[in-house]
Design a protein around this ligand. Structure first.
Ligand SMILES: [Zn+2]
Ligand SMILES: [Zn+2]
Length: 375
């Protein structure tokens, strides 16, 4: 009995369902035909739709999903959209600008999109001859424009030079590429002649410029702008950037005796290795980040000789005890056990002082001063 009632209820519900579906279909059909025939209604509907799209997030997302699905599945719709878009892109300046900006933004932000674009371009270049021609033409045009801008715009030229120098200094691969290209080009006798002439001219100009005080001063400031922060990994002296070169162990591996000397002399005491550093590490891209070697140590080690000033040759300095490290210049002189007498001169290069002639140290009795000093 109960089962019979349930079946009846179910059949009534099915009837209601199919009826409501029928009514819905009918309503939609009527709406569609009114939309096609009545201009005013069409306008009103469009406005309502745009308003809802702007105000209602849920509706917007749903519309986007529906549109993407149609674009993916319906070929006719896809072609129609593409055609409409292309027409708008060709005719409408504002739309074109906006589209380009959006595309550039997306290319910068999304790695996936960037890879897709590259893949598509490569494919088009390989398959489509017309595209290849257009692409080559564009490349040529861009190159021409770039050359012209470099020749005319001084600021642009300086920016390009700076960027190029930085890239050369920091990245190994571009540096090797530039060197290889330079070697290749040097094989050409005409180019070789040109390089030698340019070098001679440059040397001559430099000789003339070195007579001008401003130029020498500027050059000096440029050299010392980084400060003496570079520690030679062999003699452990603090030096300026132009006094050192980057130390690479593989450079000393060609000969056995050189490799043995390099192994003994090169120390990594002052090389910073990240260990529990705050991210990003404060020593990153600084002098402490790499191993440096001064020119004189490099020459000696490359010849397989141990440099006389090498720290391993008992020339390393002991750490200053904290009781002495905290004293100022005057305090240090007051308690000094010896007074050195020496002749100091400004060295011609590097802006540092040097000692000339013999040094005399006279002993000093400072027991009374030690007790009188306020520490
Ligand atoms: Zn050195
Ligand atoms: Zn670190």
């Amino acid at each position: 009995m109960e089962g019979c009632v349930q079946r009846k209820v179910k059949s009534i519900m099915n009837m209601n369902d199919s009826r409501s579906k029928y009514l819905k279909k009918k309503r939609n059909f009527q709406r569609k035909s009114t939309y096609q025939e009545n201009v005013l209604f069409r306008k009103k509907e469009r406005e309502r739709s745009i308003r809802t799209y702007v105000e209602n997030v849920f509706y917007r997302e749903k519309a986007k999903q529906r549109s993407s699905q149609s674009y993916r599945e319906n070929v006719m719709h896809r072609e129609k959209v593409n055609k409409r878009c292309l027409g708008r892109y060709q005719e409408n300046e504002a739309f074109r600008k906006e589209h380009k900006a959006r595309s550039i933004r997306k290319y910068c932000d999304s790695i996936l999109y960037r890879e897709q674009v590259k893949k598509r371009t490569r494919h088009n270049y390989a398959v489509n001859l017309l595209h290849r021609d257009v692409s080559l033409c564009n490349k040529f045009k861009v190159k021409q424009r770039s050359i012209c801008k470099y020749a005319v715009n001084l600021l642009h030229r300086e920016t390009v030079k700076q960027r190029s120098t930085l890239r050369y200094r920091l990245n190994e691969v571009p540096r090797q590429n530039v060197k290889a290209m330079s070697h290749r080009k040097y094989g050409n006798p005409e180019h070789k002649k040109h390089v030698i002439a340019a070098s001679t001219q440059r040397k001559k100009e430099m000789k003339e410029k070195l007579q001008q005080f401003d130029f020498v001063m500027k050059q000096f400031s440029e050299k010392v702008k980084d400060g003496p922060d570079f520690v030679c990994c062999v003699c452990q002296r603090l030096l300026f950037r132009h006094q050192v070169l980057q130390c690479k162990r593989e450079n000393y591996m060609n000969r056995k005796d050189v490799a043995a000397v390099a192994d003994v002399c090169i120390s990594e005491v002052y090389l910073h290795k990240c260990n529990n550093c705050v991210n990003p590490c404060q020593w990153l891209n600084t002098a402490r980040d790499k191993l440096w070697i001064c020119f004189s140590c490099n020459d000696k080690v490359s010849r397989g000789e141990m440099p006389a000033e090498c720290a391993v040759n008992k020339m390393g300095l002991d750490p200053i005890p904290p009781e002495l490290a905290c004293l100022n210049n005057l305090e240090q002189h007051l308690i000094g056990l010896h007074i050195p007498f020496l002749k100091m001169l400004a060295l011609p290069k590097g802006g540092q002082n040097g000692v000339h002639g013999p040094v005399t140290c006279s002993s000093k009795y400072c027991a009374n001063q030690q007790f009188a000093a306020p520490f």
